[in-house]
Design a protein around this ligand. Structure first.
Ligand SMILES: [Zn+2]
Length: 230
């Protein structure tokens, strides 16, 4: 009976794939099989040399950098991230985080991670959105990689205006002071994996890492669901 009602319901309110927008089949969740099989994966985590490797060179020390997918305008990845950030589809962050965590677990250099730290949203923004998408990615990464995530270490301090119309220099100025580290003893001499949804210039990530590396003996690595710099 429930099955029957579900079918009737989905006839009028089909669940849609967050990648391509097509109706999902009964056995599909969030992403359709076609999109799942065609994710533009970078496989950077398996490579010694790749374009992201030097993104933080001369800026902050980072041990490993990797990103699950290539980000292109108009692509399914753009759609996925849009749903994750603005359409309440936080579960897709967890789903892809878990998927990626399982892959990272195969690589020794990611197995040495002690904690996963999501890039925090400003509390005001988080209240408006209802959740922090990076935290959902961290949740998934944690499940896939088998390492805990912490939300009480890397925190936001000041609110910043939207960054879109600013150049790179100003953008950095804009985000420089927004992060802080609490409970530094938790990550002393630990390898932390900072995660976010997308890596573009790396300015936000850099600002966060500036604070993390002030903690004694800490090693920082970075992963995101997507990268726009390739
Ligand atoms: Zn799809």
């Amino acid at each position: 009976m429930k099955q029957f009602l579900d079918n009737i319901f989905s006839l009028f309110y089909p669940r849609l794939c967050v990648g391509c927008g097509n109706a999902l089949r009964q056995n599909e969740e969030l992403l359709c099989t076609h999109c799942l099989l065609h994710l533009p994966e970078t496989h950077y985590h398996q490579q010694q040399e790749h374009p992201l490797r030097n993104i933080f060179a001369g800026r902050v020390p980072v041990r490993e950098v990797a990103s699950l997918m290539f980000y292109n305008k108009g692509s399914i990845v753009q759609q996925i991230l849009h749903h994750l950030k603005y359409k309440g589809k936080k579960e897709v962050g967890r789903y892809l985080g878990q998927y990626y965590g399982q892959q990272l677990r195969q690589e020794a250099r990611f197995r040495s991670v002690d904690y996963i730290l999501p890039i925090p949203l400003h509390p005001r923004k988080q209240r408006k959105r209802g959740y922090n998408q990076s935290e959902w990615i961290a949740k998934g990464l944690s499940e896939g990689l088998g390492k805990p995530y912490l939300t009480d270490v890397l925190v936001r301090t000041h609110f910043t205006d939207t960054q879109t119309k600013k150049n790179r220099f100003n953008r950095w100025e804009n985000v420089k002071e927004v992060f802080a580290v609490q409970n530094p003893e938790k990550i002393r001499y630990k390898h932390v994996l900072v995660c976010d949804d997308v890596l573009t210039t790396g300015a936000t990530m850099e600002a966060a890492i500036q604070h993390l590396i002030e903690v004694e003996g800490v090693t920082v690595s970075v992963v995101t669901l997507a990268t726009a710099s390739h």
